[in-house]
Write a protein that binds this ligand. Structure first.
Ligand code: PLP
Length: 398
């Protein structure tokens, strides 16, 4: 007999995956060109040229064991040194190679970090809605309780008063994500300052550190020349979970890292617990080849202009039709208010026009849909008549 808990998890498909699978099946019937699939956040911009040249160089100049062998569990020393130098030069991060733990992407970074931080089943992890639905699974895996902070639907920044109310003596950590999936909003310096001050106050009130887990797979996907902020500058007890899935268009290669800076309270102890948590989940080491590849591509990104152009095309197009859209400053998602209270019903109506958009209920934000614009610009243009038809159904009623 299988574990019923794992069986339940394995047999459930996320709404995103379900829509994506529907799109694949439906395109066999009506033709790929007639399906407007905005469901999934799979980068469409190719990885930058440095990725291919790094792979070629490594393959042609090294022995097999130096390409495909195990690295240390925490990752290759030179790679981690390169990352420390890069973060120090770019963000004045004051970190060392020994603060980095290489992982199989952000999902691994988060599951490991959560497992490393929780001390008792009574611990609580706070998430800020809207949030990446897999957080629920990761928190469940750590065996603790998820506490949801309802969204600030006016600005989609972190709602301070609600966050303060959610903090209890059992709060271990808060997961934040900016640029945000699904809202496309980037948290401001002002937000981080206020959150930092609140967490300092609350940590001293409850008598232990509240850790901030900053989930940053979209760090460099940021528009309108907004600055990229280094979150520990605002709150020292921040652990960064990073991934190259989006910034270098490498989601299938599974590569990222955890950064436990030295100024985090009990930094050495937490880092050792990170090593233990990763070991207990059988990660062994992050893919060797891609550790070396990212060392050769530090500071590079895929061509973000493509996403920026898609962003403008979609945002302006939908605004003009009368959709109520959250202004997107980062990542590659447009968050749109459903013109009827139940976003699932709205998403179903869109589906009948072959428009695949994700209701945000599982992101903790009912009444909204997420439209992923890491797609071909041409598909966005071709989808406009369907978007027009969809909103017209509501405009006629008014
Ligand atoms: N966190 C957020 C906010 C995401 O959107 C994603 C993927 O879409 C992840 C984590 C997981 O990313 P990875 O592919 O690096 O595991």
């Amino acid at each position: 007999m299988a574990s019923q808990e794992m069986y339940r998890l394995g047999s459930q498909r996320s709404v995103i995956r379900e829509l994506f699978a529907y799109g694949q099946a439906q395109s066999e019937i009506v033709g790929k060109e007639n399906i407007f699939d905005f469901s999934i956040g799979n980068p469409t911009v190719p990885a930058p040229a440095c990725i291919k040249s790094a792979i070629e160089k490594i393959i042609h100049t090294r022995e097999s064991a130096a390409i495909h062998g195990y690295t240390a569990a925490a990752g290759d020393q030179q790679v981690r040194q390169g990352l420390a130098d890069y973060m120090n030069e770019t963000y004045h991060a004051r970190v060392e190679a020994g603060n980095f733990y290489m992982t199989c992407g952000a999902a691994a970074s988060l599951t490991i970090t959560l497992k490393a931080l929780v001390e008792s089943p009574d611990d609580e992890i706070i998430v800020i809605a809207p949030f990446f639905p897999e957080y629920s699974v990761f928190i469940e895996n750590a065996g603790v309780k998820k506490v949801v902070v309802s969204p600030d639907t006016e600005h989609f920044q972190i709602p301070l008063a609600t966050l303060e109310q959610a903090i209890t003596p059992r709060t271990r950590a808060i997961i934040i994500n900016s640029p945000n999936n699904p809202s496309g909003v980037v948290y401001s310096a002002e937000t981080y300052e206020k959150v930092g001050a609140l967490l300092m106050k609350k940590s001293s009130e409850i008598g232990h550190a509240i850790y901030l887990i900053s989930d940053e797979p979209y760090r460099e996907i940021i528009y309108d020349s907004l600055p990229i902020l280094y979150v520990p500058d605002f709150y020292e007890n921040t652990i960064i979970c990073y991934s190259y899935s989006k910034s270098l268009s490498l989601p299938g290669e599974r590569i990222g890292y955890i950064l436990v800076p030295p100024y985090v309270e009990k930094s050495a102890e937490i880092y050792t617990a990170v090593c233990g948590a990763s070991r207990s989940m059988g990660f062994v080491c992050a893919p060797h080849l891609f550790q070396d590849v990212i060392l050769k591509c530090l500071g590079q990104t895929s061509n973000m202009k493509v996403y920026d152009e898609n962003r403008k095309l979609l945002y302006n197009g939908l605004k003009e039709m009368g959709y109520d859209c959250v202004y997107p400053s980062g990542a590659f998602y447009l968050f749109v208010k459903s013109p009827e209270p139940d976003a699932k019903v709205f998403s179903d109506k869109a589906k009948s026009l072959n428009l695949l958009i994700v209701p945000a209920d599982s992101f903790g934000c009912p009444g909204y849909v997420r439209i992923s614009y890491c797609v071909e610009a041409d598909m966005i243009r071709r989808s406009f008549p369907a978007f027009k038809k969809l909103i017209a159904q509501y405009q006629e009623k008014r």
